[in-house]
Design a protein around this ligand. Structure first.
Ligand code: SF4
Length: 474
């Protein structure tokens, strides 16, 4: 059996302890978010679609992990079989390291290795995992004429059926992977040594816990860090926080001794110690809408960005408005939900409806990491600057007011904001609504509608908490 794979190698590059824990104590992993699961699924779907660029290949995917050795042997035999010109998920093992290559395409008496990525840009991690694959292929004696990354072409516009040849573009990384082969060999030996250790390597928490990916073992490794530790503050970046930590500043008391009492860091530590949140009320009063708007609408948009364009005339990752929930006095019963879950081609119907509905409100409150004004402008929902000023995005506004709570260290999302301000309300990831909307089941559609409204209620409660009073007090 193999010791390393592409994913465990990448994990080991981030942190040797993460690799060891994954191999020896996988039950200690944190819960995987809906968004992460959706990303894995998207990668698989795009990989399968990419096969159409090189049709007629033999799929080497093993039905069970126990079949890896058998598939590796079949892959080896196929290399010398003149009837096999393309292999999908070809399995190779060298020096206890197993890889499954997305595509291997015959090129005369050599082969072209192709790794598919579902994004529109290439990152260091992609180059690193290609280098590992090249190391294994070379070790297995596969004669390569090229190693290419195949990724999404952002300029592609769908007309009719998907044209896979235009949807993807290629970048040769052969020079890169050859140049890095000896370094990969050293890494492989080092990481195999880590897995063979009789106990977990002693590695302190640090910046590697969140970079380049959020580690799966944070729940385990960080459990001895007090919940009110300054390591959960956000005023200072992680690199500097950990520099202080490793320099012996290992308590809030010591951190406060070296911090300016008026600094944001000191205020965040005070909030942590009091089990509350921090917000700069001076800034809040400056930003608060005055006079108090006569009518406020709370808007929650559900936007879908399919990697592979679903609809005629759309590009990869182009945003489609799948649904919106609007709450306010102008809606019958106080709320309105529109969606096109059953037929995404109707998504443009949302635009005139939003224009009409939003025009009744003096202010439109939302919480979104996107620039909602830009999104609405892009869809011509807000056509002039005057109307554009109606949008009051709590995501931007609260950050401008230095809002802080330890929950938001994991990301400034509505879910974490709700956990911080209204711990009694059950929360969920926003991605859950998108999953419900894409499920093609009526009950999930109903759940998605309800969840859009629940999110809107959290936005309304947050707005009332901070802005109703200050608009009066001002
Ligand atoms: S939480 Fe941090 S220290 Fe622990 S395994 Fe992950 S990266 Fe390593």
């Amino acid at each position: 059996m193999h010791i390393l794979s592409k994913s465990t190698y990448i994990k080991g590059l981030q942190c040797e302890k993460a690799l060891y824990m994954f191999k020896k104590h996988p039950y200690l992993r944190d819960h995987i978010s809906i968004e992460q699961r959706a990303k894995f699924q998207r990668g698989t779907d795009v990989g399968v679609l990419a096969h159409a660029c090189f049709p007629g290949g033999v799929d080497m995917t093993p039905a069970f992990p126990a079949h890896f050795p058998k598939k590796a042997e079949e892959t080896r035999q196929n290399l010398s079989n003149p009837d096999v010109n393309v292999m999908y998920e070809a399995v190779f093992q060298y020096n206890d390291t197993l890889i499954m290559l997305d595509m291997l395409v015959r090129d005369g008496d050599r082969w072209i290795a192709i790794e598919v990525k579902s994004s529109m840009a290439l990152s260091t991690t992609y180059y690193n995992d290609s280098a590992l694959q090249y190391y294994v292929l070379h070790g297995c004696g596969v004669p390569l004429s090229d190693f290419r990354l195949m990724y999404i072409n952002g300029d592609y516009v769908r007309h009719g059926e998907i044209n896979v040849k235009q949807l993807f573009k290629f970048e040769s990384v052969l020079d890169y992977v050859k140049e890095h082969e000896s370094r990969v060999a050293q890494n492989v030996e080092r990481l195999k040594g880590v897995v063979a250790l009789p106990h977990s390597p002693i590695i302190n928490i640090g910046t590697q816990c969140h970079s380049p990916y959020t580690c799966d073992f944070i729940g385990h490794c960080w459990k001895l860090i007090p919940k009110d530790s300054y390591l959960y503050t956000t005023a200072i970046d992680d690199r500097h926080l950990f520099e202080y930590y490793f320099d012996g500043i290992n308590s809030n008391k010591k951190m406060l001794m070296i911090s300016d009492p008026n600094s944001l860091e000191a205020r965040q530590i005070e909030a942590l110690q009091s089990g509350s949140y921090y917000i700069d009320y001076k800034k809040l009063y400056t930003i608060a809408p005055l006079p108090r708007p006569k009518s406020v609408g709370f808007l929650n948009l559900l936007i879908h960005r399919p990697a592979v364009p679903e609809l005629e005339g759309t590009r990869p990752y182009q945003e489609l408005i799948l649904a919106f929930a609007l709450q306010g006095d102008h809606e019958e019963g106080g709320c309105f939900v529109w969606h096109c879950f059953d037929d995404h081609s109707r998504w443009r119907d949302s635009i005139p409806l939003l224009v009409e509905k939003l025009s009744h409100y003096a202010q439109i409150v939302c919480f979104t990491p996107q620039n909602l004004s830009t999104t609405l402008l892009r869809h011509e929902i807000i056509q002039n600057k005057e109307v554009g000023h109606k949008v009051f995005n709590l995501f931007d506004v609260l950050q401008q007011c230095d809002f802080y709570h330890p929950k938001i260290k994991k990301g400034f999302t509505l879910q974490h904001l709700c956990e911080a301000l209204f711990p009694d309300i059950a929360t969920f990831e926003h991605s859950k609504i998108l999953m419900e909307a894409l499920s093609q089941e009526l009950t999930s559609y109903q759940q998605a509608e309800e969840d859009l409204l629940i999110e809107n209620q959290i936005v309304e409660k947050t707005y009332q908490k901070f802005f109703n009073t200050c608009a009066v007090d001002k």
